[in-house]
Design a protein around this ligand. Sequence first.
Ligand code: SAM
Length: 332
Amino acid sequence: MDCMTKREVTEKEREIWEALTGDDFSPIYEEADRIRQREKGDEVFIRAIIEFSNCCRRRCRYCGINADQRQVRRYRMSSGEILETAKQAIDAGYRTIVLQSGEDERFTGNGGEELAKTVRSIKEYDEDVAVTLSCGELPYDTYRNLREAGADRYLLRHETADAELYEKLHPCGTLEERLRCLRDIKALGYETGSGFMTGLPGADAVTTAKDLLLLKELECDMAGIGPFIAHPDTELAGAENGSAEMTKRAVAFARLLLPEANLPVTTALGVLSPREREKAFSCGANVIMKKVTPDRYKKDYDIYPADLQRTDIKRDRRKIEEMLEEIGRIPV
Ligand code: SAM
């Protein structure tokens, strides 16, 4: 009960906290799987993610590409390279392209002009492909311009629902501003994705309960829930990683709270434990993302340590399809 005594905890938070830390979580896993099956069927969406710039103005303490990391080789893909990579992914069968980056004004400054051009060019190549952006906090007008350029979805994790912890981990921002962005994104008609890390230093199961309730309050269409992984070059080097079990429990709870949401099995969970990644598909998840970032850039998008394989867009997709078919799911 230690973490319950430190701060105000609502009844709802207590209920979730107790469930998350209970000995037998299997009934909740089963319920989450039933809801996933009822609401989403057996299809699993495979999304292609292009990490097009690792330049970032922010200083998030856990992140290996934050602006203070002098050892990082910074890169920006050209618009031509982004489009070429997106075309290869579309030709390999992907129906969603996720464009992710640090907070890089070269793309998002000036009302998002540069990024908007790229969104338009992907839509010109295939108007039925969904474009998801994940490029950080932006002014309302920029989110609007990008939406008008054709972007369909926006991912912006709230990271942690504990405002004090948020400010400790993010010297450049506040939870309030993060939530302002999420509400703007939602108001502009994007399919809106939030999410958080489990096991952040300073967080506990009550924080996770608050995180889950915040997803519900935001009425997220998508929620990315992944474990914190300590990066050896950041000031959180040596901190304990989040746990795969708590991450899966949080995903299952998110399915209970948001039955219709798209819930990915996050890359970070796969990095922590490849076997757990597959298991998460029976805990409520229905989405997986695959990096299609060209090899010459991939290792520099070093947000946390990961064992990276060479990219072969077609072969990598086929391998995921096979893995999904083996567990009885339908790749889309
Ligand atoms: N700049 C964009 C933003 O702020 O949303 C997108 C890029 S950011 C690198 C993508 C996500 O990586 C963050 O939302 C964060 O949750 C995750 N991340 C960063 N460092 C991490 C770490 N050490 N362990 C696990 N996840 C991490």
